[in-house]
Design a protein around this ligand. Structure first.
Ligand code: SF4
Length: 86
């Protein structure tokens, strides 16, 4: 229960920072992170494209490990991937 509350609190903090564009990561960093998440099995809500089965994230894609919204998490300079992909 305590871990769940901590995760929720961390998510709210991250979403708030992303919403007001606080602690932004450089655009090329955001793009690289999102490409890695799109190729990761822990990301939810991905859609296959018609281009060689390449997958893209949806606006509501989440990381199954940290529970964060990928679109918000990847925008924040201070965030990191829980398995070290970025
Ligand atoms: S943050 Fe890391 S573990 Fe989570 S979906 Fe992205 S690449 Fe995968």
């Amino acid at each position: 229960m305590r871990n769940a509350l901590r995760t929720i609190g961390r998510g709210i903090k991250g979403l708030s920072k992303a919403a007001v564009n606080a602690d932004p990561a450089p655009a090329d960093t955001v793009q690289l992170r999102r490409e890695r998440c799109a190729a990761c099995d822990y990301a939810t809500g991905k859609k296959k494209t018609h281009i060689a089965g390449y997958e893209v994230l949806s606006p509501t894609s989440r990381c199954r490990l940290c529970k964060c919204l990928v679109s918000a998490k990847t925008k924040l300079r201070g965030e990191s991937c829980p398995i070290g992909s970025w």
